[in-house]
Design a protein around this ligand. Structure first.
Ligand code: AQP
Length: 332
């Protein structure tokens, strides 16, 4: 069994369809053949200011949603990043082998810091991809299931692993991104050339897993399309309709082109109405289950504690190798 590793930030009350179709759905399917480590990355969340009470609540909400969608704590270690100190410890070592200019090239930092002005951004936001590299490399995973927007960070992770391996001794495995083409990037319903994003999209542009299903149905019916009124899968020419077809295809397991064929001679209203029904049918049980799991915090604490124990057993071993190789004296 090969290992897989991925993380998600507890920075919203709910995950959205971009997170789910881009990454989290693969977290569930990869459990069958692999040994997964999945974490809620609270240390990444504080790279921008968070209200402590809200952060704690969202960490629990994240864990509940992962369980509700089918991440199974028997097969997967589900844990909170700050429960495994080796992440921050390895990040320091990797900071020291990362060139400043290399970190500066990360487009996500450029995008996120552009909003408040670079001067207002934390050093943590700047070095976040290096902490992410540490998150991954500690577990020596074969694959990292993520959305397309994480590809550049994965490249940095591989570069740092290779650099450490050549400068010291082979220690890290070079992980491959696991990105499914069909759902690599889900777009904003109101602005279908931009990615669906919790920080950049308007509420009408995002479908949240924990939204009232009636609200999600309404958002789909109000999605921006085009003035042609021909249902066809053409992401370049018809981004709005194609995004709806991609979501439809992912939830039903049918190819987007084939679904488009069902609507020959019919309008966008029919497509939107049917997709709204599919989405409501999908989110309703997931949401009910997540809200039920949130009622029992001590059960969630236990899942997270056992996940963290499994994670620490692997991460501490890798960190000990790293400390040894860089020349730190072993404590008695
Ligand atoms: N629109 C998307 N399409 C496909 N995949 C996506 N992901 C995010 N948006 C899309 C993937 O979701 C995973 C979790 O990401 P995260 O916790 O790092 O959140 P994020 O990337 O910060 O999510 P957002 O909504 O895009 O937040 P902001 O707006 O803050 O940047 C990752 O695997 C990501 O690729």
């Amino acid at each position: 069994r090969q290992r897989v590793l991925s993380g998600i930030q507890p920075t919203a009350d709910s995950f959205h369809f971009g997170n789910y179709l881009g990454a989290l759905r693969q977290w569930v399917s990869l459990q069958d053949e692999h040994e997964p480590f999945y974490m809620v990355v609270d240390q990444h969340a504080i790279t921008v200011e968070q209200d402590p009470k809200v952060l704690r609540e969202r960490t629990y909400r994240s864990a509940a949603q992962l369980l509700a969608m089918g991440v199974d704590p028997e097969r997967s270690a589900i844990f909170v990043q700050s429960h495994v100190p080796a992440h921050a410890q390895l990040a320091w070592v990797l900071n020291c082998i990362t060139a400043f200019g290399e970190a500066r090239r990360m487009t996500q930092f450029k995008d996120k810091s552009a909003k408040g002005g670079e001067g207002a951004s934390s050093v943590g936001l700047f070095t976040y991809p290096i902490l992410q590299a540490a998150d991954i490399l500690l577990y020596r995973p074969a694959y990292v299931p993520v959305g397309e927007d994480q590809r550049q960070h994965l490249e940095l992770t591989r570069d740092l692993a290779h650099r450490f391996n050549t400068r010291y001794k082979k220690t890290f495995r070079l992980p491959e991104p696991y990105i499914l083409k069909e759902t690599a990037k889900i777009y904003d319903l109101q602005n279908p050339t931009a990615k669906m994003s919790k920080s950049a999209s308007s509420p009408a542009g995002i479908i949240d897993l924990l939204d009232d299903p009636k609200v999600s149905a309404k958002k789909i019916r109000s999605a921006v399309t085009d003035s042609e009124a021909v249902v066809a899968f053409d992401p370049e020419g018809k981004p709005g309709v194609s995004n709806l077809l991609s979501i439809f295809a992912a939830l039903t397991g049918r190819p987007a082109e084939e679904i488009a064929g069902d609507y020959a001679g019919r309008g966008y209203g029919d497509l939107k109405g049917d997709l709204a029904d599919v989405v409501v049918g999908f989110v309703t049980p997931l949401r009910d289950r997540a809200l039920e799991l949130l009622e029992d915090r001590s059960a969630l604490d236990e899942v997270l504690a056992s996940g963290a124990a499994r994670a620490r057993a692997v991460a501490d071993r890798t960190l000990a190798d790293v400390y040894d190789r860089v020349g730190f004296v072993r404590p008695l």
